[in-house]
Design a protein around this ligand. Structure first.
Ligand code: ATP
Length: 452
């Protein structure tokens, strides 16, 4: 249950507020020192603070001092100050000091309930935003905090500063283009163009002129000289998506461009020097294609001086929930809907699903779920998914393994829901913090241990 701290020395008001906030766990403090102790112990989202506190209940000095101390310790807490009737001056002073809102006595239960629930919602929203922007702060487009995604982000970040030609591998929809853009944005070429071309979506006979450009009169319909995508990426980055679909005939011309860093337009005779970083991507198995001779071996080595394997979504643990929440917020805005989140069983189903279409599939399922959802929380049905209670048990050998797997999963899930707050994770799981820490050790949950 969410906690609220009521700081007031009037027992009558304490009772009234406890009754008003029946949906919350209400903790009390009757002076500044106790307020700070309670704040440290319970970390409430919202505090109601009477400005008239002992030893000087007739003035607001002690209350304002308490407000400052609270905000210095916990700047994100929403503090609603409660002032005497007509004490607007101190109410405004409190707002200036950072209070979320003020409320004048006598207290009306309905109004203060609305104030508190709005403050709690705002707290949650702000927390989510902070969390999202804290995740992978360097490769900021890439949402995810699983060990797997952090490892590839780190690799991508390291190579971003170099001009090494990079091959991004991974299933469809895993975010290869997102990675390519991130690498560009973290490179010295970031102020120049990022030009993407999908080799699979352009008919073979057009791909050459699309890439290399053409001279006037090179073929019927070539009415004026037109530079290609390569030239338009001059100084910047060229992203060749689905490079595995490049026709063999064109591969030789690509190789020359990559080796000599010059191009010739179709129908042209002049060599045009180009200074470009090249990033390629494919979901195909290029080594197998090399063996079958449908992809040139020399080109394979030229485009992949370094290979980065983007992991499929099913191997990214709780990232699916994190990504899901991000897209949910975005779709709520796009479709003017008010879906609040995922039911426990929907989250469970998302963690179990194999996601063959990866993040693109997640986006599609969520889009329709947001539109179709009948309750505030998305259910497995809305996503077209089912929870398989036996799934984890079936995959394991014995009871001990089942228990360990279930416990590790529950810990990771609670950690995600608790937004990486250990006290809250322990609270959600109904164990003490020391027990939680020993479980984390026992199951080697290194990512949680390091807070990533
Ligand atoms: N880590 C991520 N964080 C946020 N959004 C992501 C992430 N990865 C992918 N996306 C989003 O998922 C969708 C698919 O990503 P993208 O097009 O980069 O995949 P891809 O691997 O290049 O797919 P394909 O191989 O089919 O071209 C895009 O809308 C992208 O914005």
């Amino acid at each position: 249950m969410e906690k609220i701290l009521v700081v007031d020395d009037d027992l009558g008001i304490q009772k009234q507020l406890k009754w008003s906030f029946s949906g919350y766990e209400v903790v009390f403090a009757d002076d500044r020192t106790t307020a700070i102790t309670q704040l440290r112990r319970h970390e409430p989202k919202v505090i109601t603070l009477d400005l008239g506190l002992p030893p000087d209940p007739a003035n607001a000095t002690e209350g304002l001092a308490a407000l400052q101390e609270i905000l210095a310790l916990s700047p994100n807490t929403k503090v609603i100050v409660v002032t005497g009737n007509n004490d607007k001056v101190n109410a405004l002073k409190a707002i200036e000091l950072g209070a979320y809102d003020f409320y004048q006595k006598p207290i009306d239960s309905d109004t203060i309930q609305v104030l508190v629930s709005r403050a709690a919602q705002l707290y949650d929203l702000e927390k989510e935003n902070r969390h999202l922007s804290a995740v992978a702060p360097s490769m900021d487009r890439i949402i995810g905090n699983s060990e797997q995604i952090l490892a590839v982000s780190k690799k991508a970040e390291r190579i971003a500063q170099t001009d090494i030609s990079t091959l991004l591998l991974g299933e469809s929809g895993t975010g290869k283009e997102v990675f390519a853009r991130s690498i560009h944005e973290h490179s010295l070429r970031k102020n120049k163009a990022f030009v993407a071309i999908n080799c699979a979506s352009i008919p073979e006979n057009l791909l050459e002129s699309e890439l290399f450009g053409y001279e006037k009169g090179a073929f019927t319909g070539a009415n004026k000289t037109t530079p290609g995508k390569i030239e338009s990426a001059q100084g910047g980055t060229l992203f060749l998506d689905e490079i595995g679909d490049m026709p063999v005939g064109l591969q030789a011309k690509m190789l020359r461009f990559l080796q000599e860093r010059v191009i010739e337009r179709v129908g042209g005779r002049t060599e045009i020097p180009v200074d470009i970083r090249v990033i390629c991507a494919t979901h195909r198995d290029l080594t197998a294609m090399v063996a079958e001779e449908t992809f040139r071996e020399d080109l394979y080595y030229r485009i992949g001086e370094i290979n980065i394997m983007i992991p499929p979504l099913r191997d990214r643990g709780n990232d699916v929930i994190l990504l899901g929440k991000t897209f949910l917020n975005q779709y709520n805005e796009d479709f003017k809907t008010k879906v609040k989140g995922f039911s426990d069983s929907a989250a469970q189903a998302m963690l179990q699903h194999r996601w063959p279409g990866n993040i693109r599939e997640l986006q599609n399922k969520l889009k329709s779920a947001v539109i179709m959802a009948e309750s505030a929380y998305i259910q497995p049905d809305d996503l077209g998914l089912q929870v398989n209670e036996e799934q984890s048990a079936m995959r394991t050998l014995n009871l001990r393994e089942v228990r360990e797997e279930a416990e590790s999963k529950a810990i990771r899930y609670a950690f995600q829901v608790a937004e990486r707050n250990m006290s809250r994770t322990a609270e959600l799981l109904g164990v003490t913090r020391p027990t939680l820490y020993s479980l984390i050790d026992k199951y080697h949950l290194e990512d949680i241990k390091t807070g990533s």
